[in-house]
Design a protein around this ligand. Structure first.
Ligand code: UD1
Length: 343
């Protein structure tokens, strides 16, 4: 029997590449489309080295509708789409909102319109816990209200969720919205990982670059929050665990197990860690000291958020498995590899 083909947009990106590995290891065939605006084609080699199979790769910008259509025509066996392709830098989205609205919304519209035109009716969408803002109750469940977005980036995630919900209500499209908490770490092989362009905005890449000596010290953005040690709290989810959630979501849709046309799941560990706790965990896991200073709060940061992942446990059968120590060791192993530091 031929394998079911999954189209992965943004499949050479950080979460996309780990998901392609998980898909192939679960017996799916993957077609990656990516415009390489924030990744390189070498990622495909890393995926091939891990899995022993080379995913199909097409350099395509999802904003180019004709190019997206051509991919569906070239691979008639596509059964589902996982849509990652999007811009994701919060600060940049504040400076260039139109770029973010165009890129993130037009991409989704093109992908869904071409799915429907080719009778591909299952989609998994890469959403974010950013839609909850600062939740009133923690841990946050999927029925917590969506709050006004703090950035154009966050707003694109909310609008994309709405586009998908409205479309699913109007036709046979079905899907899963995965609201990720904070994805961190790398594949344990260190063949693929996160590769931020320029100065990292996210915490873990900044920590690993500081450990590698690329950055002098970490700035901890605020220690006067209403949390036990004063620093912000997040739910750091291992990227390989997160990748598995996509495979389980695809199986859920293709197996016809979904009760709702557009279902939503939190993907997190269920445990909150403060910035200072994360720095300590990194130091303990790797033995590398991270110089840091406390600076002012970062505009737009929320104080604390962590997931109630109970629905993903119960309905998808998905659980986070990796410890934060192993996760941070994997991030450090990857950083050392790309910097040529002896392992
Ligand atoms: C951010 C976005 C979120 C997005 C995600 C994508 C904001 C407000 N939120 O999540 O919408 O989905 O990235 O990756 O930007 N920190 C430091 N020093 C640093 C970097 C971060 O102290 O150099 C702190 C932050 O204040 C925060 C925590 O570390 O408390 C995590 O920050 P980060 O990794 O940027 O993720 P989020 O802000 O949670």
């Amino acid at each position: 029997m031929s394998k079911s083909i999954i189209l992965v947009t943004g499949g050479t990106g950080y979460i996309g590449s780990h998901t392609v590995v998980a898909l192939q290891q679960a017996g799916f065939e993957a077609v990656i489309i990516d415009n390489l605006s924030n990744s390189t084609a070498e990622v495909v080699d890393g995926i091939a080295r891990i899995t022993g199979a080379r995913p199909h790769f097409e350099r395509v910008d999802c904003c180019d509708r004709h190019a997206v259509a051509a991919v569906f025509e070239k691979y008639p066996g596509i059964t589902a789409v996982i849509h990652f392709a999007a811009s994701k830098a919060v600060g940049e989205s504040v400076e260039k909102p139109l770029l973010y609205y165009r890129n993130n919304l037009v991409s989704l519209l093109n992908v869904v319109e071409e799915m429907l035109a080719h009778a591909v009716l299952s989609i998994v969408f890469s959403s974010s816990c950013t839609v909850y803002g600062q939740p009133a109750a923690l841990p946050v469940t999927e029925d917590a209200p969506v709050q006004p977005a703090l950035s154009p980036y966050g707003n694109t995630k909310q609008i994309c969720e709405e586009i998908l919900r409205d479309t699913a209500a109007s036709c046979a499209l079905q899907g899963v919205l995965l609201r990720y908490f904070n994805p961190v770490g790398a594949h344990p092989s260190a063949e693929i990982g996160e590769w931020p362009v320029g100065v990292p905005q996210n915490l873990v890449p900044f920590i690993t670059q500081t450990a590698a000596g690329v950055r002098k010290e970490l700035s901890v953005f605020g220690n006067d929050y209403h949390t036990p040690d004063g620093s912000c709290i997040r739910d750091y989810i291992n990227v390989v665990d997160l990748a598995r959630a996509h495979v389980q979501a695809v199986n859920y849709l293709l197996g016809g197990k979904n009760k709702t046309a557009m279902d939503v799941f939190n993907i997190g560990t269920g445990k909150g860690l403060s910035v200072l706790e994360l720095v300590s965990a990194f130091q303990e896991a790797t033995g590398v000291k991270i110089p840091y200073k406390i600076t002012g709060r970062r505009a737009g940061d929320i104080e604390q958020v962590w997931a109630n992942p109970g629905k993903a446990h119960a309905v998808l059968g998905w659980h986070a498995q990796e410890s934060i120590e192993d996760t941070l060791r994997s991030a450090w192993k990857w950083e050392k590899k790309v910097r040529g530091i002896e392992q």
